[in-house]
Design a binder for this molecule. Structure first.
Ligand SMILES: [Zn+2]
Length: 330
């Protein structure tokens, strides 16, 4: 084979490779062909605005974050209750089952997808019923029934029948030290953590819509494609377990790091970690320090509490996420 024809053959092979390696199915029994436009599948809040069912600062005039998407039912019974089944979006295993209505998520299931380009979780909330045969650590194939769509929630405002939906999230876990962090917070003394590591504060979501839009997705590329909104310098010689669990997001030698330069997305996901040596000017004197802010995202970062109201100091959420991330690095 000549060089030219080998190159042509190679490029043919490369173009024949699928762009993404993880197979994704629509997480409800709604026909995927009928989910082309957001208004086809999103369940809005009482505001009636389609956007309120999407991911982002879409609630209460941009003041409240929605960490997933709300998928409306395709079928209801004569009483108006949802009949759609809820399905595993990707191959994975059962990570958490909450059959009780004791928090804003109501009855919910969390799956872990360790075989994806980066291990992600998916979360399915407000279920009317969990599939009773599910067990923790059980492998599940994509498309497996995991429950029935519903409207369970112990949140401040009940979900009415006409707003039944699946709340669907996809994202990363901040820390396996979350339970220690939670117990150490004075404001949590009166409220037990019912959900352990699968408490929403420890799960950081990204926009599920582009992930569900294709039958095959490169999840690592999806995580990496989120822009950096702010950066933080951390000082710690003990490696945060996030670094060990998501090595694809890490540059440099963790074993020799005196600290880390961490890039965060606007919603608070740590996207890129670069090891810092002891002489690095980015290494803070204290435990951590806010370094740079993308001023184009200032308003969004303030709304999300990644920044304080002045737009310069760390916000409550940034502080919380950093303390959770550092809970295994004391
Ligand atoms: Zn929701």
């Amino acid at each position: 084979m000549s060089l030219r024809s080998s190159l042509a053959f190679l490029s043919l092979c490369l173009t024949a490779l699928p762009l993404g390696a993880t197979d994704v199915v629509w997480p409800t029994t709604m026909d995927r062909d009928s989910t082309r436009l957001p208004q086809d599948y999103l369940q809005p809040t009482v505001s009636g605005k389609t956007e309120s069912g999407s991911f982002g600062m879409v609630r209460e005039d941009g003041k409240r974050f929605h960490e997933g998407i709300d998928i409306r039912p395709a079928k209801t019974n004569a009483d108006g209750e949802a009949l759609d089944l809820v399905l595993a979006a990707m191959d994975g295993q059962v990570a958490y089952l909450n059959p009780n209505v004791n928090g804003p998520y109501g009855r919910y299931v969390v799956l872990h997808h360790g075989g994806a380009e980066i291990p992600v979780y998916t979360l399915y909330a407000h279920l009317a019923k969990l599939e009773p045969s599910l067990r923790i650590a059980q492998p599940v194939r994509r498309g497996t029934v995991i429950g029935l769509m519903g409207r369970t929630s112990a949140g401040a405002s009940p979900i009415t029948k006409d707003r039944s939906h699946l709340h669907f999230e996809v994202g990363l876990m901040l820390s396996t030290g979350f339970n220690l962090w939670y117990a150490a917070q004075a404001e949590n003394r009166q409220s037990a953590n019912h959900h352990g590591l699968y408490n929403g504060q420890n799960l950081i979501g990204m926009d599920p819509s582009p992930i569900l839009a294709q039958p095959k997705v490169d999840l690592l590329a999806a995580v990496r494609s989120q822009p950096t909104a702010l950066t933080v310098g951390l000082r710690t010689s003990k490696t945060p377990d996030f670094v060990a669990r998501y090595p694809a997001l890490v540059r440099g030698d963790a074993a020799r790091a005196a600290g880390w330069y961490v890039e965060f997305s606007w919603q608070g996901m740590p996207l890129r970690w670069t090891a810092l040596d002891a002489k690095s000017p980015q290494l803070p004197a204290g435990r951590w320090r806010l370094l740079e802010v993308d001023q184009r995202r200032r308003t969004l970062l303030i709304q999300r509490k990644m920044l304080g109201a002045d737009g310069r100091t760390p916000g409550e959420l940034l502080t919380q996420n950093l303390e959770i991330l550092l809970s295994t690095a004391r």
